[in-house]
Design a protein around this ligand. Structure first.
Ligand code: 13P
Ligand code: SF4
Length: 300
């Protein structure tokens, strides 16, 4: 199916099924083309509560669709590929977190949004890459357990005078964006600014010109007077960057950062999801209730 036919079919099905499509920036370009809303994790969480349609089709990884279900429990939330997981979210384990909480009863738990509902239910508050610094600063505790991304946690811990215990998790896609890869991308592009996601390793975030969530990176390239950027995040983000700043140049490090989990959502699977109303996301009520409290504390 060519892109025009794909768009037509999606629009027809959206009306028929009273559906709204939300997509993360790391989705395939064709998916971003048909999405009603594209955003970073924070914006997607905020959006979930405001959708009027009865069905939300979530084009992203499973934990993101779970948030939509938690915040909009009466809606039908579909994910076109059920096993689109997040390798970082898989690194947190609820039993170990509970043990850690018992060992550090005075510590507050800040869970990155890239976690499943059972981990969120154990947290005092959730954060995203867009607000992690602010949330850590505002916590009324000098001791924090930060789960599961050690890179994001270590990036923000340098700005506060708090004891932060970092979970030993990381995103394998961003972990591969090494300082060497950034330096290689800069070669011959010395005038380019280096902008990276805070999930990158500490030596990369430390040496970057700007560090931010996917939305913050897109906003930065639009507003910056610079014309060239080495972009240290998943390649899908370039779709919106090119739209936001068509006269600017974007260089990705080699190997190209690509989240295969995000790319599991294909045009064919999206059509099938709309037609057959699959796969429905569910979260058990008790876990959802506790996770909702932690998410709402963040949104406040
Ligand atoms: P954002 O919060 O920037 O959308 O990042 C989510 C993510 O999965 C990054 O790998
Ligand atoms: Fe998870 Fe990394 Fe993919 Fe983001 S890029 S969804 S953190 S595996």
């Amino acid at each position: 199916m060519n892109i025009q036919d794909f768009k037509k079919e999606v629009n027809r099905l959206k009306k028929e099924k009273d559906a709204f499509i939300i997509a993360h920036y790391y989705q395939r370009y064709e998916i971003q083309e048909v999405a009603d809303f594209i955003g970073d994790s924070l914006e997607l969480s905020r959006m979930a509560e405001r959708i009027e349609q009865s069905t939300i089709v979530f084009c992203g990884v499973y934990f993101m669709a779970e948030i939509a279900k938690i915040l909009a429990p009466h809606k039908k939330v579909l994910i076109p590929y059920r096993n689109a997981g997040c390798l970082l979210a898989d690194m947190a384990e609820v039993r170990e977190l509970r043990e850690l909480k018992e060992r550090m009863p005075q510590a507050k738990v800040v869970a990155y949004v890239n976690t499943y509902a059972d981990i969120k239910a154990e947290a005092d508050i959730i954060c995203t890459s867009a607000n992690a610094g602010e949330i850590i600063k505002k916590m009324d505790s000098d001791e924090i357990i930060f789960v599961p991304d050690k890179n994001l946690g270590s990036y923000h811990s340098q700005f506060v005078d708090k004891k932060i215990l970092l979970w030993n998790g990381y995103c394998p896609v961003h972990e591969r964006i090494t300082l060497k890869a950034i330096e290689r991308a800069k070669r011959g592009n010395e005038d380019a600014l280096v902008i990276v996601h805070p999930e990158c390793p500490p030596e990369v975030t430390r040496s970057a010109d700007f560090v931010g969530s996917t939305s913050q990176l897109v906003r930065f390239v639009k507003e910056s007077p610079a014309k060239k950027f080495v972009v240290g995040t998943e390649e899908g983000t370039l779709y919106k960057m090119r739209e936001a700043a068509p006269d600017k140049e974007f260089i990705l490090p080699d190997p190209i950062p690509r989240c295969d989990q995000m790319k599991m959502i294909t045009p064919e699977r999206l059509i099938k999801a709309l037609k057959e109303e699959i796969y429905e996301v569910s979260v058990d009520e008790e876990t959802a209730e506790r996770a909702r409290l932690a998410i709402e504390r963040m949104l406040e």
